[in-house]
Design a protein around this ligand. Sequence first.
Ligand SMILES: C[S@@+](CC[C@H](N)C(=O)[O-])C[C@H]1O[C@@H](n2cnc3c(N)ncnc32)[C@H](O)[C@@H]1O
Length: 325
Amino acid sequence: MDTVEDATIDPAPRPHATAEEVAAALEDTKLAQVLYHDWEAETYDEKWSISYDERCIDYARGRFDAVAGDQPLPYGRALELGCGTGFFLLNLMQAGVAEKGSVTDLSPGMVKVALRNAENLGLDVDGRVADAETIPYEDNTFDLVVGHAVLHHIPDVEQSLREVLRVLKPGGRFVFAGEPSTVGNFYARWLGRATWEVTTRVTKIPALSSWRRPQEELDESSRAAALEAVVDLHTFDPSDLELIARSAGARNVHAETEEFAAALLGWPVRTFEAAVPADKLGWGWAKFAFGGWKTLSKLDERVLRHVVPRRFFYNVAITGTKPVS
Ligand SMILES: C[S@@+](CC[C@H](N)C(=O)[O-])C[C@H]1O[C@@H](n2cnc3c(N)ncnc32)[C@H](O)[C@@H]1O
């Protein structure tokens, strides 16, 4: 059964942030989080190719198993922080990782979409609008707390992890995945910017004008990029993140990194997709993008992780447990 436990969820989807709203949000990081993510909520799954079928179930389970795959399943009650549209927890539940879920996010628009997705999938999920620095649940409530691509948005990561440990039952586990590494973020941003510049310049050539998105859409993307720079607060060195988790009180802390060659392909591909009209890229492109990412991920896993230092990989994941006494 899906229930919305917080009456503050705004039922109206937010269409686009205005230039004034963007200006106000530049001064207030949490306002920026809500504005940016409410703005993205209804189109987020499409933008990031998120689905709730085998492809993303395998992807979510793979990211979970990379740091916590040696643990007995299923967990009973699981909480997700910064759930977005529910990509991580809903797919983990479908993969048999947890039986009952609670999705939370600072953005009301995201919680609304996550609950809708859970209902469509028939999963046992409730939801609340919640700040990860002050989690609105009782002590010792959850067997598992998860998050994907959320820690880098939270101003005080250690405070949030203290809250995670408070709401976990003794011995309970947290798993956060999909965080940008400091080195990975540097090359990803650089590759993204270069791809955007080249694509938007080349599509100014009249013969290629059908590959150019309308100017107002490109302006909107630039406004989104300005907000993105405000909402992305941290990058992580895996060893530093382990220290933060231990300092918050966690035990059995362990970080893993993934995606080096795969990220070098993935960032230009995603930026190119955002810079040209969606109808220009057909099935062949999707096959190339996904197939290429999969092949390079295998290269990363089988070869490069044994020779390239872990901080060079793009994605950081971390796990740990709440002390038993
Ligand atoms: C990059 S999105 C990731 C969404 C989803 N986990 C995924 O992987 O698709 C980050 C999410 O964290 C949320 N968020 C940002 N700051 C937060 C905070 N302080 N507390 C809770 N959620 C937050 C945002 O609203 C957004 O939905």
